[in-house]
Design a protein. Structure first.
Length: 118
């Protein structure tokens, strides 16, 4: 920033002829001051805009993270439900197989009992 102010003041002095008269020198210094102030204001505005843009980016990132976490939660709930349904189906299938085996056992026992009676 100091270099910018020195450059502006040097250009202002050069434009006034190097200070041949006191009034011109004062005008040049005032012009340089105004230019430096204007440059500082522009820099501040740019920094403020950059800060706002960074804030907006952070908000967007937070929103994306929230959406991703919600989607992950939904996927997990869905996987749980599917796993529960698969377990339930497997238990029903196992029950059916057990019932069929029990029927076969009874048939074999009945047949064995009949064979022993003869």
């Amino acid at each position: 920033m100091k270099q910018l102010a020195v450059l502006i003041m040097s250009l202002a002095l050069f434009a006034c002829g190097g200070g041949e008269s006191g009034g011109s020198m004062e005008k040049a210094a005032e012009s340089a001051k105004e230019a430096a102030g204007s440059a500082m204001d522009s820099a501040k505005e740019s920094m403020d805009k950059a800060g706002e843009a960074a804030g907006d980016a952070m908000e967007a990132a937070e929103g994306a993270m929230d959406d991703a976490m919600e989607s992950a939660g939904d996927a997990m709930d869905s996987a749980k439900e599917e796993a529960g349904q698969m377990m339930e189906d497997a238990m029903e299938e196992a029950g059916s197989v057990e019932d069929a085996l029990m029927e076969k056992k009874e048939e074999v026992e009945d047949a064995l009992g009949d064979a022993l009676k003869k």
